[in-house]
Design a binder for this molecule. Structure first.
Ligand code: SF4
Length: 103
């Protein structure tokens, strides 16, 4: 974190994917999904969103790496910043924002 250009997300990417230690990588994509799903977060900081996952999931480097990739892929392809594809989303039944978008 003292290296110029290395922020929380990049540091956690290195810890998870290179060092193979359990850190749940947080980013804008995942935060957007969490917010739209209406999950309660204890604050608005990176660590608050990260804690939501790390407090509920068993530490598993492979699963967390795959989970992060799938969350990002879903947010990029379906739960886009503008014009999310809610009618096609597998999370629609769980998502208040999506249900409001499809009324
Ligand atoms: S239903 Fe819509 S807002 Fe909710 S997660 Fe899916 S794409 Fe995103």
């Amino acid at each position: 974190m003292n290296i110029y250009g290395i922020g929380e997300e990049t540091a956690d990417d290195i810890i998870l994917y290179a060092a193979k230690k359990p850190r749940f990588v947080m980013d804008t994509y995942t935060r957007r999904l969490v917010d739209r799903l209406g999950w309660k977060v204890g604050g608005n900081k990176y660590a608050d969103y990260q804690r939501l996952f790390e407090s509920k999931l068993d530490p598993n480097v492979d699963m967390w790496g795959d989970f992060h990739a799938q969350l990002d892929g879903h947010a990029a392809r379906v739960c886009a910043k503008n014009d999310p594809l809610c009618a096609e989303c597998v999370l629609l039944d769980l998502c208040p924002a999506g249900q409001a978008n499809t009324r």
